[in-house]
Design a protein around this ligand. Structure first.
Ligand code: GDP
Ligand code: MG
Length: 445
C-alpha cells in the first residue's frame, strides 16, 4: 500500500493511467491479505469507476480523495447489513462451521453478549454428538456464562436433540436458544445433511457460519458450500486476535453476500463483539504508517543487495540464503517491535519476546541447513529435516512449518512477477515467514 498511497498523495489529479497503477498495488495488498483474486479485481474496478467519476472537493487533493474512497468502499463492502440481527424472542440461533473454527466457544460468547446487551435468557444445546468432550466443553462454558444447558449423551439423532433442546428451553423460560453443531476439518456431506435436517426441524432465526479469520483462500468455497446447504444469515469471524490480515472476511462477504455479524478476538468468553467494518477495513488495507517504514527500510537495506534479491524473486528462485540475508537486514532496522508498529494493520499489536524468539528460531533453522539445502530446499527429505531440527534445537514440526511458509512465499513471488521493486520490498518486509503466531503455514504479518 505504501507506494500506491504515496503516489496518490502527490497527484494533482486522478487520471485513468495513474489510478490504474495505484490500484494495481492496492490489488496486490488485497491479495497478500488473502483476499480472493476475483473479489480483489472487482473491488478495484469499482473503486476505479468511483474515483474517475468523482467530483473533487476543492479543499482536498485528488490523492487524498482516492485514499478515502478506497477505504470507505472497503468498509462499506464489509459492513453491509452487518448489524442487523434478528430481534425475535424467543430467538433461535444455529452455529455451523469447520472443526476448530470456534463454534463451541462462540456459542458461549454469543450467549454472554446477548444476555448482557439484550437481556436475553440463554440456553445452549449440544448438537455435536461425535465427541463426548465437545459436550463437556459446552457444559463448562454454559456454567461460566450462566446459560442453561441441554444435552442427551445417549442420543445420536441430532434433529431429535434439537427439538428436545427447544422444549427444554421453553420449560426453563429461556428466550435465546443456541445450537452448537459438529464440524469436520473438511466439508463433509454427511455432516451437511445432518445440519440441514437440524435446520428444518428447529427452524432457526439465525444460521451463523463460524469461520477462522486465518482461513485464507479456501474461505470462499467453505462459505459458499455452507450457504448453499443451510442458507446462512450471517458469519462470525473468529481469531481476529491472531496475525491473519483477515482477507477471508472480505472474500466471504463479497462472494456470498452473507454479512459478518460478530467477531471473536480471543479465547475468553468476553473476547467477542459485534463486527466492526471500519476496524476490519483498516486491518485488510493496512493504514499503519507504511510510508515511514518504506523510507526507513530504504535507508538501511543495501540497495544493490535488495536489487539482487528482487531479481531472484522475479525469477522466483529466491532461496534460504537470501532469506537469511533478509532477516539480517530486518534486524538492522531495529527491534522487531518498532518495525511491526509501522506495518499496516499491526500498529495495535504488541510484539513481545515470543515473536523475537520465533525470529531467532527461524534463523537457527536456516543456519542449521547446509549451503546446498539453502539453495535447493526441495531436497529436504525427512532425515535432513530431522537433522536440522536437532541442530537448531527445534522440532521437526517447526522445520516443516517454515518450509511450508517458504513455499507459500515463493508462490507469492511468482504472483508478483513483473511487479515493481517497491511491491517486492514490501512483500519481503511484510510477509516474512517465521513470525507466524500459529506456525501453521500463515505468514507472520
Ligand atoms: P469448534 O470445533 O468449532 O467448536 O471450535 P472451539 O470452539 O472448540 O474452538 C477451537 C479452539 O479455538 C479453542 O482452543 C478455542 O479456545 C479457540 N478459539 C475460538 N475462538 C477464538 C478466538 O476468537 N481467538 C482465539 N485466540 N482463539 C479462539
Ligand atoms: Mg465444538
Amino acid at each position: 500500500m505504501g507506494q500506491a498511497l504515496r503516489n496518490l498523495r502527490g497527484l494533482g489529479k486522478i487520471s485513468e493511467s495513474n489510478i490504474s497503477e495505484a490500484l494495481a498495488e492496492v490489488r496486490t495488498a488485497l491479495l497478500s491479505a488473502d483476499v480472493h483474486f476475483r473479489v480483489a479485481r472487482e473491488f478495484c474496478e469499482r473503486v476505479k469507476a468511483q474515483c474517475l467519476g468523482q467530483n473533487v472537493i476543492a479543499s482536498v487533493s485528488p490523492g487524498q480523495m482516492a485514499i478515502k474512497i478506497i477505504h470507505d468502499e472497503l468498509e462499506k463492502l464489509l459492513g453491509e447489513n452487518s448489524t442487523q440481527f434478528s430481534p425475535k424472542r424467543p430467538l433461535k440461533v444455529m452455529l455451523v462451521g469447520l472443526h476448530g473454527s470456534g463454534k463451541t466457544t462462540s456459542a458461549a460468547k454469543l450467549a454472554r453478549l446477548l444476555k448482557n446487551r439484550g437481556n436475553y435468557k440463554p440456553a445452549l444445546v449440544a448438537c455435536d454428538v461425535y465427541r463426548p468432550a465437545a459436550i463437556d466443553q459446552l457444559e463448562t462454558l454454559a456454567t461460566t456464562t450462566g446459560a442453561k444447558f441441554y444435552c442427551d449423551r445417549a442420543e445420536k439423532n441430532v434433529p431429535a436433540i434439537g427439538e428436545r433442546g427447544l422444549q427444554f428451553a421453553t420449560e426453563n423460560f429461556c428466550d435465546l436458544i443456541i445450537f452448537d453443531t459438529a464440524g469436520r476439518l473438511q466439508i463433509d456431506e454427511n455432516l451437511i445433511e445432518e445440519i440441514k435436517r437440524l435446520r428444518q426441524r428447529v427452524s432457526p432465526d439465525e444460521v451463523l457460519l463460524v469461520a477462522d479469520a486465518a482461513l485464507g483462500q479456501e474461505a470462499v468455497s467453505v462459505a459458499k458450500h455452507f450457504h448453499e446447504a443451510v442458507n446462512l444469515t450471517g458469519i462470525i469471524l473468529t481469531k481476529l486476535d491472531g496475525d491473519a490480515r483477515g482477507g477471508a472476511a472480505l472474500s466471504m462477504k463479497a462472494i456470498t453476500g452473507v454479512p459478518i455479524k460478530f467477531m471473536g478476538t480471543g479465547e475468553k468468553v468476553e473476547d467477542f463483539d459485534i463486527f466492526h467494518a471500519d476496524r476490519m477495513a483498516q486491518r485488510i488495507l493496512g493504514m499503519g504508517d507504511v510510508v515511514s517504514l518504506v523510507e526507513k527500510a530504504q535507508e538501511t537495506i543495501d540497495q544493490k543487495e535488495a536489487e539482487r534479491i528482487a531479481e531472484k524473486m522475479k525469477k522466483a528462485d529466491f532461496d534460504f540464503e537470501d532469506f537469511l540475508t533478509q532477516i539480517h537486514q530486518m534486524k538492522k532496522m531495529g527491534p522487531l517491535g518498532s518495525v511491526m508498529k509501522m506495518m499496516p494493520g499491526m500498529s495495535g499489536i504488541t510484539v513481545g519476546e515470543k515473536e523475537e524468539n520465533k525470529l531467532k528460531r527461524t534463523e537457527a533453522i536456516i543456519q542449521s541447513m547446509t549451503k546446498k539445502e539453502r539453495a535447493r530446499p526441495e531436497i529436504l527429505n525427512g532425515s535432513r529435516r530431522a537433522r536440522i531440527a536437532k541442530g537448531s534445537g527445534t522440532k521437526v514440526s517447526d522445520v516443516n512449518a517454515l518450509l511450508k511458509q517458504f513455499s507459500q512465499m515463493r508462490q507469492m513471488m511468482k504472483m508478483l512477477k513483473g511487479g515493481k521493486m517497491k511491491n517486492m520490498m514490501r512483500a519481503l518486509g511484510g510477509r516474512m515467514p517465521g513470525f507466524g503466531g500459529n506456525g501453521g503455514g500463515r505468514f507472520g504479518f
